[in-house]
Design a protein around this ligand. Structure first.
Ligand SMILES: [Zn+2]
Length: 53
């Protein structure tokens, strides 16, 4: 299911998201993950703050 917020990668739980974040961090630098209020899944973000917008 695609997220209404328009984010690309989504993950079903924290463990999956953090694993993906660590994997991507090798190339992209530090990433954070957060639970999406739109779809209830987890996304990755490069923002320094946990809170969006
Ligand atoms: Zn979402």
């Amino acid at each position: 299911m695609k997220c209404a917020s328009g984010k690309t990668g989504s993950y079903p739980d924290f463990e999956t998201a953090i694993a993906a974040a660590l994997r991507c961090s090798v190339n992209l630098g530090p990433l954070r993950c957060y639970e999406c209020p739109e779809c209830g899944q987890w996304h990755l973000t490069r923002r320094k703050q946990w809170v969006e917008r």
